[in-house]
Design a binder for this molecule. Structure first.
Ligand code: CDP
Ligand code: CDP
Length: 234
């Protein structure tokens, strides 16, 4: 099977990461959660009382920032690490969700994480989800998807996820957080979230999870076939 880069961007909670993970599994590709990297950076700044608004703190924070992914052999899941510490659960808490978009507006932090993401995707055969994957990280990605879903649906899904992890959060609190992050992510100066012209838009509000995975896998197979035909003719 040919190797391509699949970039999945979109608003918070519309199904990007779970869909990207399933697509990667189906194609035998590697899944990379770029949001987890911004979330891990947020934990780092919060734990060291560093302010993203203070350039000295940003410089200091970046010097000691070490984000990596390691496979948990028991669950077969990639988990996020900060230095030697597993932060997979901590990065999904509301404490982090409430701060992450502010951290993600900082140019120097984006520069460092984008460079790491580009290194991780160098060998292709990756599915990466985030906000600027098709626009900045991999502008030449062979397949770009822009996912959307209405706010109510996204909030209900996220509430369920948090509940499964033992965190009970009111729907209104989640809705406010998703809407606020969408606002910051779409209006920031550095790499704002936007649908690029060559992205395929998929609204997941009324789709089944399996349906949206199958749609993207099908699109990917078509692109891979085209690439093979092109390579064969040249
Ligand atoms: O899972 P959810 O959609 O809630 O968010 P995420 O993908 O984990 O990303 C968390 C936050 O990181 C986003 O709200 C953005 O502020 C930021 N982010 C970004 O700026 N660029 C990316 N490529 C990925 C995430
Ligand atoms: O990465 P992003 O924040 O865009 O979304 P996510 O972390 O994948 O969360 C989406 C949640 O909605 C997951 O629990 C999915 O299983 C669920 N879901 C979905 O993604 N698509 C559907 N059609 C139905 C449910």
């Amino acid at each position: 099977m040919g190797k391509i880069v699949i970039a999945i961007d979109g608003y918070s909670g519309c199904g990007k990461s779970s869909t990207a993970k399933a697509v990667a599994k189906d194609l035998g590709f590697t899944y990379i959660d770029s949001g987890a990297m911004y979330r891990a950076a947020t934990v780092h700044f919060l734990n060291h009382y560093l302010s993203p608004a203070n350039p000295h703190d940003v410089e200091k924070g970046l010097k000691s920032l070490e984000v990596s992914f390691h496979l948990n052999p028991e669950t077969n899941r990639q988990e996020t690490y900060l230095g030697g510490l597993n932060v997979e659960d901590e990065i999904r808490t509301m404490r982090v969700s409430e701060k992450v978009s502010e951290i993600a507006t900082i140019k120097e932090i984006r520069k460092e994480l984008v460079a790491q993401q580009q290194r991780l995707g160098k060998k292709k055969g990756v599915v990466m989800d985030g906000r600027d994957i098709g626009s900045v990280v991999f502008p030449d990605a062979e397949l770009k998807v822009f996912m959307t879903a209405d706010l109510e649906t996204r909030a209900i899904r996220r509430q369920q996820e948090l509940l499964e992890k033992g965190e009970l959060v009111e729907l209104e609190v989640i809705k406010t957080n998703l809407a606020e992050r969408d606002r910051i992510d779409s209006s920031r100066v550095e790499s704002p979230l936007k649908k690029v012209a060559d992205a395929v838009e998929i609204d997941t509000s009324n789709l089944t999870f399996e349906g949206q995975v199958a749609t993207i896998v099908q699109l990917a197979r078509e692109v891979i076939e085209k690439e093979k035909t092109y390579a064969g003719n040249h």
